[in-house]
Every structure is written in C-alpha cells, then in structure tokens.
Write a protein that binds this ligand. Structure first.
Ligand code: GLA
Ligand code: ZN
Length: 689
C-alpha cells in the first residue's frame, strides 16, 4: 500500500488563487477532478502574495475552504510552502533577499526561484509563514505531504553568501596552507594568505581553480540543504509530523540530489520529455533512466510530481502528445517505482507566462476535449492498478551516478572539450541491462554496494577518499565490476593521482591507463578481436598474450568514437583491441579476475551493440542464468511485495505490436495478454514462491 494513501496518486499542481473571484470555476474544477479520477492536488506552490498580502497579515481562509471542499470530495492535498516565489513587499522592504549573480549584480524583483540562499531575513520570513501553515493545516486529514518550495536551483554570490562560503571553506580545510595545497593555488600564483581572501568563482574573477569551483558547487548544495532544513524545522515547530518532499528536476546538474534527498522523506520529480524529437524508444529510455535515478536517491518509491498532459509552452517546439502517450508516460513512472503520476497543471492560467502550457482543464473549460479524455483514461488505469502502490523495485545491478564527479569532470579541460560522452555512455550501458528485463539502480560514491552483484563505473573521473577501497572489496567478495575509460583520474579535490590510474584500482583491473586520445566528431575507430598477441601501448611492440577463448560472445568488430584510452596490461586479459590508428592492436577491452570476482575494463565509447553483448555476458555471469533480450522498443520492469512480483511491459514502438511472452504463472492484471499494441501496456502478476 502507498505510504501516503492507499492509491497511486493522480492529479497535479492546482492554483485556485488565480480564480478566487470565480466560485463557479472552482466548483467546476472539483467536479472535473472527480470525473478524471484525480485523487490528489498540489496547492500553494506560488500562493505567497495571496496567503500574506501584507507583511504579517495572513489570509488562510480561502485555502482552508478549498482543502476542505477537496477533501469532502475524496481529493487529497499536497501542500506546498510558498518560498519558490516571494511577494513584492518582501523584496522592496528587504533587498538582501534578492539574489546576486556570479558577475556580482543584484537582481531586481521578478521571476521566481531566485532568493538568496543565505539571507537570514528570507529564512525568517519563510519560517514564519511555514510555521503558520503547519499550525493550521499540518494535521488536516486531507493533507498528506509537504512540498517544500519548488524546483530549488541556482546560486547567490551576495556578501552574505560569500561570508557563509568562507566559513564553510575554513571548516573544511582548517588551515590556509591546507586549502592552498588542495586547490593547487601555486598554479598561476593564486596563493591565499588568509581565508578572508576567498571569493566564489566568477566570470570577472577566479575561474581557473578547479578545486574552488568544485567546492563552490558543494557549498551551493549545502546552502540549499540548510534552506530546506529551515523549512522542515518550521513545519515541525508548527506541530506537523507529515512527510516532506521537494520536487526535483530532470538530470539537474547543479545540485547533488543524493545529498538533497537526505533532507526529505519522499523524492518527487518533474518530467517533461521532448517526445517526438527522437524515436519514441530513445526518449522513453532517457526518461526511464531518470526515473530510476530518482528512485535510487532514497532507494524508495518516488512521486512523479509534474508532467504535462499534452504540450508545454517552453520547449523549442510545442508538440502535442499523440493519443495514448499520456497514459503510457504516466505508467512509465509507476513501472520504475513511482507512487503517482501527477501533472503541471490542473487548470491553465488565463494570463502571464504559462498561459499556453498544457493542463487537465484548458481555457475552453469543458470535459469534451481530447486531452481531458486522455486524463480520464490515465486515471482509470491508475485506479485499477492501486495494488501496485507501496510495492518495491529490486535491482541486482547498479551504475555510479555521482554529481561531484560530474561537476569535476565537466569543469576540467581536456581530453574532449567538444563534449564528453558522459550521459550517452551511461545510457548505453543502462539500456543494455534494461533490455534484459532487469532493473537498474544508481549509487553515488558514498553509496552502499552490498545489494548488488554488478557495479558499473562509467566515466568515474573522480575517486573520492575510500571509494576505490570499497570497490575493491566489492570485487574481492565476488562482485562483477565494469570500469570505463576516464576513471579514477583525480582525487576528491580534483587533483590528479600520481603514480598511475585508475587511482587505487590498477591491481584490481590488472592494468594501467597510459594515454587517452580525443577523436573529432567525424572520426571513428573500431574494436576488434585480438590475435594471440596485443600491442603494448608504451613500446608499441607486439606481445604474446593469453587471449580469452572465443566463447565470450563478444567476437566481431564494433565501432567506437569520442575517446580511446590506451592501457598497459599487468595481468588483465585482452578481449578486444583497437582496429585502427597508431595504437592498432592495443588493448581496448579487458577482463581480470580479482578475489572471487571479476573486473572488466572498457577503454572506449563503443557502439551500443557491443554494450548489449557485454552486459548480457556480465549479467548472465552474475545471475547464473540464461537471459534473453527484449526488442529494443519494449520496456520491461518489475515491482514486488512479499507475495507477488508484478511485471510491467510497455511498447514504445510507433507502429508495431509486440509480443510479450507471458509465462503460465503470470496473471494479466492490465492490458491485453501477449500482444501489446504501439504505446500499449500490459501488467502481470506472479505469486512468489
Ligand atoms: C516546472 C515548475 C512549474 C511549471 C512547469 C512548466 O516544472 O515547477 O511551476 O513552471 O515547470 O513546465
Ligand atoms: Zn546571497
């Protein structure tokens, strides 16, 4: 059962404050929400100026009336704190709440998501209204969850934030000598004499100290966590024990979401895939990976807090969602461990910047619209599948996803400033495991590996303290490790490892990476089968090697691009070698037994077909069973509870119906058994032994 209600959540962001002078519309909304099988709305996200029109004057009656009316009609409320956008009076009276950009310009009033992260005044004003909201609604039976702020993002470079940053740096490094060492400040003579000289990075100032840039990013996450903590504390002081969430965003690079997740009880996120830009399957797997990442943040079910019923107003091209796609997209959230599929927004605003954003109810206002019918279908499906609420997702494979690693890798110059294949490579590996019908988790370097049989480090450029050791133990104890090129290059302050890389894992992998070649966009190389020799990248001379037997299933030639790393072997067996260039014959893919496990190495951005074969081999080896691949456009996931395992099959092929083999023990609980039409869904259930 769902930890919030007994159902999968269906509904979305609702802004009745825009319609308080139209009680007829508010009544229509309730009727239509019920007709659309909506059981939950999010209220109050941008309501501050209606809730506190003047400083210290709180007007909550309208909100109370609406929460009550909704509750009487079986609709729950996710209640937001209003800190995502401030009233004008607040900015006018206390300019310190306005954000200062990296160029040191203070912003004017306007927009949203743009408060100073540190300002004591802003925190106090937020604290006061949050506390009052909690006192009033924190135990209301209709309210199920707090929604802290909205899509937290951005940074502030004001004097208050500079001061807080200096204190944070001082706390972290203790002495200025230690700071200088870790940030490599003798480079270009940027040595600090005291902590008072430390400033945030700026386009008109310091930008070349990678350690500083990295630590600034860490600090921004910490300040954001402090901001969230202040809000949670206000809610608790107001007497509410309800769980809290904050809505996260699609592969949002700026904040370390594993860290943010520690401050909240439930992860939720907002998804707006650009369906139609690429083949459906490609968009689907990109969105799927983000769902899995979100679930992994707390290793718990999450909520899809926002999505669009049809086209957004902010994408380059506003494509309508083709019939059936809304239901499939909503099911995808559930399939990956979601407890609800919600929308932005219930009713379209009449004016201002989002007036053309898709909604459940449009400006016309009736139920006889194509979109409304699609929402009904989605609601019916979620109602029908409420037994999925509260079931868990179990995975045997995990991929490293570490925000600090990404920050450092993207900031550092070389080996390919024209673009690193960081995400595309991860997606290939992810898809290669997923197409076997297996779930995948993500962990950061602080994460626990003990639940997994396979662990993948895809471009793990930065190995923080203790990480290599943990990975070594994982392999030693029987885990199968896969490490790609550009891994283990620097430590946790972005200083290069001396004495060879991947730092701390050379003996586990049985090799040392020696050089890395950046390829132009138009260039390709290939990986092919080694003969009974490989070429040593240091001497470029042929060496006799014990080549892996042909039973690997990896034979053949595969293309590769972007980056080709060269590796000198010290025990690893070559599985593939480069086919071209002066390093033709040098090892590109290797395997090395270590302890009771195995360590694979892939030195280049190989084509997906290669990863399909490799991951199948690795997963079969780890699970000790034969696995078969599903068609590329089919997505198969599973969720389970003590008694049952549920399998969700989705067809992302635009034209073809796909046959899904259902075994005799599987009962079909949704959709048509066996053959699933384009955008169709089938859900089955099997009793566990
Ligand atoms: C974000 C915000 C919403 C709305 C939507 C529009 O997700 O949280 O308030 O602006 O984008 O797509
Ligand atoms: Zn600030």
């Amino acid at each position: 059962m769902n930890f919030l209600t007994e159902k999968l959540l269906h509904g979305g962001d609702y802004n009745p404050e825009q319609w308080l002078d139209r009680p007829d519309i508010l009544e229509d909304d309730i009727r239509m929400l019920k007709d659309a099988h909506c059981n939950t709305v999010t209220l109050g996200v941008f309501s501050w100026s209606t809730l506190e029109p003047e400083e210290g004057v709180y007007q909550f009656q309208w909100l109370e009336d609406i929460i009550n009316r909704l509750y009487e009609n079986g609709i729950h409320t996710v209640l937001a704190t209003p800190s995502g956008a401030r009233p004008k009076w607040l900015a006018d009276k206390y300019p310190e709440v306005l954000r200062v950009d990296a160029g040191r310009r203070r912003q004017l009033f306007g927009g949203r998501h743009n408060h100073c992260l540190t300002s004591p005044v802003y925190r106090e004003k937020v604290h006061m209204i949050d506390r009052k909201l909690a006192e009033k609604f924190g135990s209301h039976p209709g309210v199920i969850l707090w929604h802290i702020s909205n899509e937290l993002s951005g940074e502030c470079h004001c004097p208050l934030c500079q001061e807080a940053f200096r204190n944070w740096v001082k706390e972290r490094y203790g002495t200025v000598e230690n700071l200088n060492r870790h940030w490599s400040t003798t480079f270009w003579s940027h040595t600090y004499q005291s902590f008072d000289q430390v400033e945030s990075p700026s386009p008109i100032g310091e930008g070349a100290l990678h350690g500083l840039n990295l630590d600034w990013n860490r600090f921004v996450t910490e300040q954001t966590c402090e901001f969230i903590k202040n809000e949670v504390q206000a809610l608790r002081e107001g007497g509410s024990a309800l769980p809290v969430t904050t809505n996260l965003m699609y592969y949002f690079d700026q904040l370390n979401y594993f860290r943010i997740a520690k401050e909240i009880d439930v992860v939720s996120w907002d998804t707006y895939p650009t369906w139609g830009k690429k083949p459906l399957r490609a968009t689907a797997s990109d969105n799927a990976m983000c769902h899995d990442l979100m679930r992994s943040l707390k290793k718990k079910p999450f909520i899809q807090m926002e999505s669009c019923t049809t086209s957004t107003n902010w994408q380059k091209v506003s494509k309508l969602k083709m019939p059936g796609l809304l239901r499939t997209q909503s099911m995808q959230a559930i399939a990956h461990g979601g407890e609800g599929a919600m929308y932005f927004q219930i009713r379209q605003s009449q004016g201002a910047s989002e007036k053309f954003h898709g909604a459940v109810i449009d400006h016309y206002g009736g139920e006889d619209t194509r979109v409304f019918r699609e929402v009904i279908q989605t609601g019916e499906m979620l109602d029908h599948l409420s037994e999925l609420a509260g079931t868990e997702t179990k995975s045997k494979a995990a991929i490293l996803y570490d925000w600090e690693n990404h920050w450092a890798m993207e900031d550092s110059q070389g080996p390919r400033n024209a673009g690193l294949p960081r995400k595309s490579l991860m997606l290939k590996i992810y898809r290669s495991i997923r197409c076997l019908g297996l779930n995948v988790d993500f962990v950061d370097e602080e994460g626990d590996l003990s639940d997994y049989k396979v662990f993948v480090i895809s471009m793990g450029y930065m190995f923080k303290d203790g990480f290599a050791e943990k990975v070594r133990r994982f392999t030693e104890n029987g885990g199968i490790l896969l490490v790609t090129f550009w891994s283990g290059i620097v430590d946790g302050t972005d200083r290069c490892y001396l004495g060879g890389t991947p730092g701390g894992l050379m003996d586990v992998l049985g090799l040392r990476s020696t050089e890395i070649d950046g390829l132009f966009d138009w260039e390709e190389n290939e990986i092919t089968d080694p003969e009974d020799f490989t070429v040593d990248p240091v001497t470029l001379e042929k060496e006799q090697t014990g080549v892996l037997d042909s039973g690997t299933g990896l034979s053949g030639t595969f293309s590769c691009k972007n980056l080709c790393e060269l590796a000198a072997l010290s025990g690893a067996q070559p599985v593939k070698v480069y086919g071209k260039n002066f390093y033709k014959g040098c090892p590109a893919v290797t395997v090395h037994p270590y302890g009771s496990g195995k360590a694979w190495y892939v030195g280049t951005d190989a084509e997906e077909k290669f990863f399909n074969r490799l991951m199948k081999k690795i997963m079969q080896d780890a699970l000790k069973e034969e696995l078969s691949e599903y068609p590329d456009s089919m997505e198969v996931t599973s969720r389970e509870n003590e008694s049952f395992i549920y399998r969700i099959y989705q067809n992302y092929d635009e034209e073809e119906s796909l046959a899904f083999p259902v075994n005799a023990k599987e009962e079909v609980v949704f959709g048509c058994a066996g053959t699933v039409p384009p955008l169709g869904i089938m859900v089955t259930k099997e009793r566990k032994l």
